[in-house]
Design a protein around this ligand. Sequence first.
Ligand code: RB5
Length: 149
Amino acid sequence: MTTNNRIVLSSDHAAIVLRQAIAAHVAARGWVAVDIGPTTPESTPYPKHGAEAAQLVASGDCRFGIILCGTGQGIMIAANKVKGIRCGVCLDTFSARMIRQHNDANMLALGARVVGEGLALDIVDAFLTAQFEGGRHATRVAMIEALEG
Ligand code: RB5
């Protein structure tokens, strides 16, 4: 059980509306939503926003991160460049549960041009309510961490 109840949310311009809906959703479930924007629709590069959110998770300031772009893919790739980050794009609730249970993911990426709001909120719930199972999965996560040098 974590005592850190802060979730950082970030996106590029393609996902502002969905990101804000997710921020309200997690806040309604008792999390502190740290929404770092952006709030205006000008084109803005997803690597910047993925990195900013990832730094807050890697530093321990936030327990989880939820990041979005058009597909979720670009911002996920950027976030995973930050040491200590394990982020996956999820298009379904099974994957969202499994990246917590088996991969101890600390960030979730979503594609605002791929999933609708209803599915996105279900994916977020699946991610946030699942628990890392440890055991053999901890050994494998340690192997991932070893790759980071
Ligand atoms: C921006 O048009 C788009 O490339 C971005 O949101 C994302 O889908 C990249 O992976």
